[in-house]
Design a protein around this ligand. Structure first.
Ligand SMILES: Nc1ncnc2c1ncn2[C@@H]1O[C@H](COP(=O)(O)OP(=O)(O)OP(=O)(O)O)[C@@H](O)[C@H]1O
Length: 671
């Protein structure tokens, strides 16, 4: 929109407004004040103290201009009278000179200092005392260089003049009614020019509700399977119990409960929609494999999708270890030849294969299934917002299970997984010792290297992780290349491998395998190993330039060690630390608890950044705060559940609204 049609806004200011992200009338309506100042009450001078800005009424006795020292412009000194008090009002600009007329009364708003019957005010806002509009709750807007509050005020006043009752927002009337929120037009007006505290509160509530509702509903529509399952599975209790009994370890309490919940879900006749949330190394894989076993025992197909090839291979290897040749299982990844892929796909389509493990990308591409009953996504710390398309595209409604290693705070889990049942695996397998975490300064490097050498001598392996692939002169950070050279010189009798994201998939796999098989003693890497790699024999993690990593990332990296019975160590090195980086490193040293770390991360970075909500095309929150407005979020979720059941019952209004919104989301997400 061209804002030059608003009074007082020229081409230059119009450009600045667009730069601020204001492009349409709606943008301006929703550009709410960052705060307000209360100018409703006119104070007598006697009531004023020095602290707070106040509104007073005074009559001008005299106005004069005066040259300012060291400046070309002039200042204006205005003598005023307010009852028995005599005041001097100073402006450091001359344009007000003509606006203050001797003998007239004005409202002045500013900080006032008083001495006896004399008072002073510097650079107040003012208006003629006949203008009652001055006495209101005044909005203060965000600005950018080149724009003033007055410009913003004019803009908003202009925009509100163009707002009439024909305007509708994203909430249809039946939702507004259920939510008991005020009308959107009234709420917008109140947000900018509130009549009183109550009016503002009610308006704010409307927008908090609206934002949370839209965010939650969009997420639900993106992920929801409305339909009941087409595959009614039998529990195969005997086989599963026997299988669990012969495992080399006892399932932890969390694992057992998750398995129980899955067994119940799978036989319920409704599509399972469950999230398994467990900290790094808590043993989610075996839970997923048990679910696949139940499907296979029913003669149905299941898939396990991983975000990377390395992880898919790892899962496939675990599957083989646990199940041997009992089931027909395949691995499907992008680095296979076209011919192999084609053959595998054919046998999947014909129903010869029961279990499929692969990367998400390739499985979603074009695999046809004969009778798919279960889809498991290992999304680690990504979020499977787009997962729904996979299943619905194929016209199937299988059971779904999502595994996530990000322990997310409760509020966020409510939003991101609001539609799912959640199983948490809180405890670690028995015998795991908490990882010992230390900060290592440059001076102590030699000692650290000595420790690494001793660990290797004792048969263990070590990771070294740093932020860059190649040396970059501008960034004074350690690169994989430089680190490899330094380590190769220091550990000349050890086998060292390198892995980073720019390598080809098969090169990466090769290095990873050699590390897993114990051929390599040290693995130098970027954060590519962050995601889910499982090498229980590796017990030392050294993170170089630790200040460069976020808290959740550090926790993920640390989680690559401590996956076996041996004591594991994590060392964080850094030479230059900001205050924030120091706090992150201290948090890591103080706790191994993923949930606590996630809470800290959220507090330090905020949810948008932490979860990239916007990258998923989800609405930005202007007024609502996922942490502060948890109660409202609960209300919203209750309402959405109600609407969901009405949808299923065929309530026309709801069906029409949801389907239209769902379609819009589909289009956005497919792009
Ligand atoms: N109950 C248990 N007792 C002992 N060891 C277990 C138990 N459950 C799993 N393990 C072992 O713990 C290791 C980690 O398990 P797994 O790879 O499933 O963890 P994860 O939860 O997927 O972790 P990440 O999110 O880091 O990938 C594996 O070597 C696995 O065999």
């Amino acid at each position: 929109m061209d804002f030059t049609q608003f009074q007082g806004i020229g081409a230059k200011k119009d450009k600045l407004l667009h730069k601020m992200g204001l492009h349409s009338l709606e943008d301006v309506w929703l550009d709410f004040p960052v705060r307000y100042v209360d100018r409703r009450k006119v104070m007598t001078i006697a009531e004023c103290n020095d602290e707070m800005p106040v509104v007073i009424e005074a009559t001008v006795l005299n106005v004069k201009k005066k040259a300012m020292k060291f400046k070309r412009s002039q200042m204006v000194i205005c003598e005023v009278q307010s009852h028995m008090y005599h005041g001097e009002i100073i402006f450091f600009t001359s344009y007000v000179f003509n606006k203050l007329i001797v003998g007239n009364a004005y409202y002045f708003f500013g900080k006032l200092t008083r001495q006896g019957i004399f008072f002073k005010m510097q650079h107040p806002e003012f208006s003629e005392a006949s203008d009652r509009r001055f006495l209101r709750i005044q909005p203060i807007y965000r600005l950018t260089a080149g724009l003033t509050q007055i410009d913003m005020l004019k803009l908003h006043e202009g925009a509100l003049m163009r707002l009439d009752s024909s305007h509708t927002g994203p909430l249809p009337p039946f939702v507004e009614h259920m939510a008991r929120v005020v009308d959107r037009v009234a709420a917008i007006r109140q947000m900018h020019f509130p009549t009183d505290e109550k009016g503002l509160k009610v308006a704010r509530y409307r927008f908090i509700y609206e934002e949370l509702f839209m965010l939650q509903l969009k997420l639900v529509l993106l992920k929801r399977h409305y339909h009941s399952s087409e595959t009614h599975l039998l529990p195969s209790t005997r086989d599963i119990d026997d299988f669990i009994a012969q495992l080399p370890f006892e399932l932890t309490e969390g694992q057992r409960k998750a398995v129980e919940a899955i067994r119940t879900d799978l036989v319920s006749g409704y599509a399972m929609n469950r999230l398994i949330q467990g900290d790094v190394g808590s043993g989610k894989t075996i839970v997923a494999l048990i679910a696949m076993r139940i499907a296979a025992n029913n003669g149905s197909q299941s898939v396990l999708m991983a975000p990377t090839t390395v992880l898919a291979e790892q899962h496939f290897q675990s599957l083989k270890e646990y199940f041997g040749e009992t089931y027909k299982a395949v691995l499907l990844t992008s680095n296979m030849t076209a011919k192999t892929k084609r053959e595998i796909k054919e046998s999947i389509a014909e129903g010869h294969i029961q279990m499929i493990v692969g990367t998400q990308a390739i499985i979603q591409e074009d695999v046809d299934f004969k009778n798919l009953a279960l889809v498991i996504t290992d999304e680690q710390h990504r979020f499977g917002v787009r997962q729904r398309f996979f299943a619905t595209q194929k016209g199937m409604h299988p059971h779904t299970l999502v595994m996530s290693a990000t322990p997310i705070p409760r509020t966020l889990s409510m939003i991101l997984y609001g539609d799912m049942n959640v199983s948490q695996i809180k405890e670690m397998p028995v015998g795991r010792k908490p990882i010992k975490t230390h900060f290592v300064s440059e001076k102590k490097k030699a000692a650290l290297y000595g420790f690494v050498d001793d660990s290797i001598e004792a048969g263990r392996q070590a990771y070294f992780v740093c932020p860059l692939v190649e040396t970059n002169e501008q960034l004074d950070l350690t690169s994989v290349e430089a680190l490899y050279e330094a380590l190769a010189a220091r550990f000349s009798n050890r086998q060292i491998g390198v892995i980073h994201g720019r390598m080809k998939a098969d090169e990466k796999d090769d290095v990873m395998h050699r590390f897993k098989d114990g051929e390599l003693d040290i693995l130098v890497s970027t954060t590519v190993i962050e995601v889910g790699v499982n090498v229980p024999n590796a017990t030392v993690m050294v993170i170089v330039d630790a200040e460069r990593f976020g808290l959740s990332q550090l926790h993920q990296l640390r989680g690559r060690v401590g996956r076996g019975a041996e004591q594991a160590y994590c060392f964080m090195m850094s030479s230059k630390m900001s205050k924030d980086a120091k706090k992150r490193i201290e948090t890591m040293i103080n706790t191994n608890d993923g949930f606590q770390i996630a809470e800290m991360d959220l507090a330090m970075r905020g949810p948008g950044e932490m979860f990239g909500l916007r990258q998923h095309g989800l609405p930005e929150l202007r007024v609502a705060d996922l942490v502060k407005h948890q109660k409202t979020l609960e209300v919203v979720q209750e309402h959405i559940r109600t609407l969901m059941s009405e949808y299923v019952m065929g309530n026309k209004e709801v069906v029409k609204y949801f389907d239209a919104l769902g379609e819009m989301l589909n289009e956005e997400a497919v792009l």
